[in-house]
Design a protein around this ligand. Sequence first.
Ligand code: BGP
Length: 470
Amino acid sequence: MHYSKLKDFPQNFLWGASTSAYQVEGAIDEDGKSLSIIDMYEHPSDVANFSVASDHYHRYKEDIALFAEMGLKAYRFSIAWTRILPNGTGKVNEKGIEFYNNVIDECLKYNIEPVVTMYHFDLPYCLEEKGGWLNRDTIEAFVEYAKVLFIHYGSKVKYWLTINEQNTMILHPGAIGLPKGGKLPSKKDLYQQNHHMMLAQAKVMKLFHNMVPEGKIGPALNLTAMYPATCNPNDAIAAHNWEVLRCWNFVDVCAFGKYHPLAWSYLKDRNIAPEIQDGDFETLKGANPDFIAMNYYSTATIAASKGDASDVAARAGDQQIMLGEQGVYRPSENPYVEKTQYGWVVDPVGFRYTLRKVYERYQLPILITENGIGANDTLGPDGCIHDQYRIDFIQKHLHQMRLAITDGVKMLGYCPWAAIDVVSTHQGYKKRYGFIYVDRDEFNLKELKRYKKDSFYWYKQVIEENGKNI
Ligand code: BGP
């Protein structure tokens, strides 16, 4: 659709940026924090682990001052469950409460809206030892944790995200980390975990609406439209298969309170449907998310399954992410898109396409909680970081978002990944995403000094102009 005039970005648009606790904070065992599954996973030995990360735990004041200087209107960060309830449940750790109180107050001091993710991959390890999400008790543990957060921060934080990328945790558990011994759960167990997370999320959303009636809460999922590799109808069916299993099923359970019918048929047929207890379907109903938080990086292109093991292959440049499923879909290449140096598809138009689909399905406002480009930025001798590729990436995605807004999609804000350099989930520190450079290597921490990248100044200008030149 071509338009004679583009709509403006809304007034009060949340121009923001994101991080997550385990990737930015460090201090993994300080002030009463217990270890999470992420801290305990077998991390590749040739890249940075999370023990110091960007040392935000000790430098949050300096960092938030820089976010304010960049003009951020929102800062999306996650709270580490292990700081708040080191035993997973039970005794509250006052030092943990105090830390996030300080972070939130520091944001509010600069009129930065805190956007809080309650759970970003880092389940307390003590709960994992009791079965983790496979154990139904974890549902109540999450509700208890949520209640503590709403009591302490409900009056100060308006925007809340329940679970980050539940679909990645279930579909690509290897991308988050390998448990000790290297064994990933079976699909059956993963879908049982998924069901428990869905129940936990629905309960927490209902609790939230009671405890924080003025607040807004949503799920944060990694969403992306799929293209059929050709106009062969079988490719179109396969693309739809994967779009449903990867994206819509996860949002449907939260937004509509029921599994997507195609996903449910697949789960039943493969004998991997979760066990449902009395009352579960009632619990899932009425969660009423206020918005959809969406992480978007790339689209995928899909061909019909050949029905044999050749359907499955590792993602280009990343052995830890397997794509394809026998009898469901087969990954294919898209000749019309570019790729990052890490092999991730760059598809700004696909962003508009995905936004349209998400809004059409759920008719809820959308908050972008991640979008960005991982690259090996270099700090020049003059203290500058010329990351024009990041400016180009974000500029193109914002332009497509503006087109989506003109299409009628309701957008709340844009919080790209990342506010500052963080440790990549499994590809170390060299793969940087931030507007602010942190001077450290994989293993040499140096002084962890902060430098503003070219993209910092560019984004500041975009925010000042409310995106009018995008
Ligand atoms: C998302 C996660 C983030 C972040 C991002 C970039 O899936 O929610 O935590 O890690 O991906 O991925 P990576 O660090 O693997 O480059």
